[in-house]
Design a binder for this molecule. Structure first.
Ligand code: THU
Length: 136
C-alpha cells in the first residue's frame, strides 16, 4: 500500500505520542509505535520494561498484540519512534512478518523526522512464515 504524506505524518505523530507512555527505567530508551490497520484504525504501543529484564516487551509488539487481540490481522503500516531513529529488533520483525511482509515500516526520530521507510520483507528477508508450517 502506498502511504500518503498525510497518513505517514499522522502515524509518526501517534508513535511520538505513544512514546510518552514508555516504561523504560532500566534502559532509558523509550520507544513508541503506531500500527495502521487496513481498515484504517490505529493501535499504538510503548515499550514496557521489567526488573526481570528479558520479560520486557517492545513497543511494536505491544501495538501488534493490542490490534490482534481485538480482531485485527491486516496491517498497512507501522511507525516507530525512538530518540535516535533505531530500527525494530528481530523479534518484532518476526511478529510483523506473521501478519504480512508487505507492511510498511516507518522509522522516525524524536523530532518526527523519518530516517527510513521500508517493508517487513526487506527488514526480514527469508522470514519463517505461517506457510512454512504447511503439512506435506
Ligand atoms: N525496544 C523496542 O521497544 N523496540 C525495538 O524494536 C527495539 C528495542 C525496547 C526494548 C527495551 O525496552 C529498550 O528498547 C532497549 O532495548
Amino acid at each position: 500500500m502506498k502511504l500518503s504524506d498525510e497518513i505517514r505524518a499522522q502515524l509518526v505523530e501517534a508513535a511520538q505520542e505513544a512514546r510518552r507512555w514508555a516504561y523504560a527505567p532500566y534502559s532509558n530508551y523509550a520507544v513508541g509505535a503506531a500500527l495502521l490497520t487496513s481498515s484504517g484504525k490505529v493501535y499504538d504501543g510503548a515499550n514496557v520494561e521489567n526488573a526481570a529484564y528479558p520479560t520486557t516487551m517492545c513497543a511494536e509488539r505491544v501495538a501488534v498484540f493490542k490490534a490482534v487481540s481485538e480482531g485485527e490481522r491486516d496491517f498497512a503500516a507501522i511507525a516507530v519512534v525512538t530518540a535516535n531513529g533505531g530500527t525494530p529488533c528481530g523479534s518484532c520483525r518476526q511478529v510483523l512478518a506473521e501478519f504480512g511482509v508487505e507492511t510498511v515500516v516507518i522509522i522516525a526520530d524524536i523530532s518526527g523526522r523519518v530516517v527510513m521507510e521500508s517493508r517487513v520483507a526487506e527488514l526480514l528477508p527469508g522470514a519463517f512464515l505461517p506457510s512454512d508450517l504447511a503439512r506435506e
